[in-house]
Design a protein around this ligand. Sequence first.
Ligand SMILES: NC(=O)C1=CN([C@@H]2O[C@H](COP(=O)(O)OP(=O)(O)OC[C@H]3O[C@@H](n4cnc5c(N)ncnc54)[C@H](OP(=O)(O)O)[C@@H]3O)[C@@H](O)[C@H]2O)C=CC1
Ligand SMILES: O=C1OC[C@@H](O)[C@H](O)[C@H]1O
Length: 356
Amino acid sequence: MSQENPTLRWGIIGTGLISSWFSRDLSLARDNAQAIHHIQAIGSSSIEKGTKFVESHLPDQKQHPTVYGSYEEVYRDPNVDIIYLGVPHAFHKQACLEAISHGKHVLCEKAFTLNAREAREVFDAAKQKGVFVMEAMWTRFFPLVKTLKKLVHKDKVIGDVVRVFCDFAMNQNFDSLGPDSRLKNPALGAGSLLDIGIYSLTWGLLTLDSEIGDQAQKPKVLATQTLKDGVDVGTSILLAYPNGKQGILTSNVAVKSPAQFCRIEGTSGHVVVQGFVASVPASFTIFTEQQPEGKQYEFERPGRGFYWEADSVALDIAAGKTESDIMPWAETVRVLEILDEIRAQGGAKFPQDQEN
Ligand SMILES: NC(=O)C1=CN([C@@H]2O[C@H](COP(=O)(O)OP(=O)(O)OC[C@H]3O[C@@H](n4cnc5c(N)ncnc54)[C@H](OP(=O)(O)O)[C@@H]3O)[C@@H](O)[C@H]2O)C=CC1
Ligand SMILES: O=C1OC[C@@H](O)[C@H](O)[C@H]1O
């Protein structure tokens, strides 16, 4: 690691599954790290839970993080540079606004907010405070994705992209979940779409178009959802682009997708992306007339791969930026506008949609 690598001091909010994955990855020793990450503080609903989190997931930290029994104390901690939000979607807007009001930078889990209106409110606040804010759509930061985008959009290895299929399905044992689960309670943003369908949509958007945010083309959106007690357990999306390209993108909480979760079809070949699920691509294979047997590209991924987005955030903040070029504010808003349209057509509603 070079001396010039920037250092970020993180305050982790919420001690559930994703915070454990993210914190462990930040603590991983890596050869090609581009930043130094310190977990400075943990914010939890109780000191006991926060302490247990540190013991379970960060036992080897040289300097143990400060554990707070509230989120607000983390926002107030002068030794914290950036807040990582690992709480259910429904709390993202309020937590972002509170962190920003204390002048903290924010990396907020996907889905960034419940709808596009909430996201605009957060970005307006970030703009006023001049702080960095980003949706933690970590998959976009995988080296695999960067390489794939170059091969598809710049080198045109499969000609012009015509169709993209992507599926993220996993059995979440929906029927056995309690009513307070974030995967079951509409007030917590439950449903396959914001939890996992957002990845299928992401693969469609980044492979059907080389541009993102305001520069991207605006596809027509057609969608249907299967609802159980008002929660979508399955969503199917068709993105229809003005020039005829189509994305067929799906999510489901009752079955598991096969490992080949994405196929990108072009005028002179196709690419298959493989991985355990669509959030964690591991390799892809390019099939062309010249290589009908396929050429596979594999990528190393020590730990889980959350450090790629974290390094990118650290470099952006060190450069004085308030948003990422890879996941800019306009792209987060665009994704949420599409998710809003899908829900309007499919029928999944959140109580917060009614708020002004
Ligand atoms: N990038 C990725 O791969 C993944 C991203 N996620 C995203 O992370 C977020 C959190 O998901 P996940 O970690 O699975 O959720 P968990 O239920 O495992 O943890 C959420 C944590 O948020 C805090 N919390 C505050 N209020 C509530 C509430 N009313 N109900 C439940 N938890 C509450 C709790 O921490 P405490 O008690 O300590 O305050 C809880 O442990 C979601 O937005 C999800 O989309 C999730 C999994 C993977
Ligand atoms: O982002 C996610 O990816 C992995 C899933 O297990 C999880 O439910 C989801 O939030």
